[in-house]
Design a protein around this ligand. Structure first.
Ligand SMILES: Nc1ncnc2c1ncn2[C@@H]1O[C@H](COP(=O)(O)OP(=O)(O)OP(=O)(O)O)[C@@H](O)[C@H]1O
Ligand SMILES: [Mg+2]
Length: 245
């Protein structure tokens, strides 16, 4: 049985892709066969793993069950880590789902035949509230929600909780791009931890230029700055997530 994680937030630019890429790399290097599915038509995690953003037949055939998903999966430079790439056609994924039977069950269906092959699956989601995200909620066991500790983050968190049904995935939120020198960041973190003690993880990812450098390096941070504060933070985050499973 594979544990399916989705990095999700209604907001863009909060660290979803950075988390998906680094955590998937850590999962694989720990010896667990791992798959990352880049659901974002912009293909940022596909780019970071140096894979061509191309899915034969496109997103529609894939979610309608007309593609052999095994044939679409690519290897990465990392032992034990495979990628189901993004494709520009994913920008119409909502339409493709809308025309299907049981649209919200579709992503889970795509992953079903792979459950025996991968110990961990990561879904890197585009920032949206859509049929795609509803479908993600059905497919995922755990939503990993990066939250920048700024003024409205408490509201963002409430919005996400409202989207989820009772049978939905567990939520593990974590603070992202944290600057501990900012009083606002410290205050918002304290407040949200008080409000949501069960859902907010201890580990926070600091704002760090090393994370941004991933774009130029096209590698997870552990590959080029393993002793950096940010690499250690992702390591601690992965540890904490696993102990909470
Ligand atoms: N901890 C961090 N410190 C500094 N910069 C960061 C950090 N995390 C992410 N970034 C940078 O912020 C930008 C957005 O990060 P990322 O792509 O991970 O977010 P996202 O939530 O996936 O965005 P999108 O919603 O566009 O998919 C990127 O340029 C990334 O390099
Ligand atoms: Mg992203």
């Amino acid at each position: 049985m594979s544990t399916v994680f989705a990095t999700y937030n209604v907001k863009g630019g909060v660290g979803k892709t950075s988390a998906a890429v680094n955590l998937a790399r850590l999962a694989a290097s720990g010896g667990a066969p791992t798959l990352l599915w880049d659901l974002d038509p912009q293909g940022a995690s596909t780019y970071l793993f140096r894979v061509k953003p191309k899915v034969k037949g496109g997103g529609k055939a894939l979610v309608r069950g007309r593609s052999d998903v095994d044939a679409l999966i690519k290897g990465t430079d990392h032992e034990g880590l495979d990628l189901l790439p993004a494709d520009f056609s994913y920008r119409h994924m909502d339409l493709a789902l809308d025309g299907a039977k049981k649209p919200t069950a579709r992503l889970a269906r795509v992953l079903e035949p792979l459950a025996g092959e991968y110990e961990y699956t990561f879904l890197d989601c585009p920032p949206s509230v859509s049929l795609v995200s509803e479908s993600v909620f059905e497919a995922a066991d755990v939503l990993l929600v990066p939250i920048i500790p700024a003024t409205l983050s408490s509201r963002t968190f409430d919005q996400i909780e409202q989207l989820l049904s009772d049978e939905g995935p567990r939520v593990m939120a974590f603070f992202s791009m944290v600057d501990r020198r900012k009083r606002l960041h410290r205050e918002v973190m304290r407040q949200l931890r008080d409000e949501q003690p069960a859902a907010v993880l201890e580990t926070a990812i600091p704002a760090a230029a090393d994370v941004e450098r991933m774009g130029a390096q096209r590698r997870p941070i552990a590959d080029f700055a393993p002793r950096s504060a940010a690499a250690r933070a992702y390591g601690a985050l992965w540890q904490e997530i696993r102990t909470r499973l």
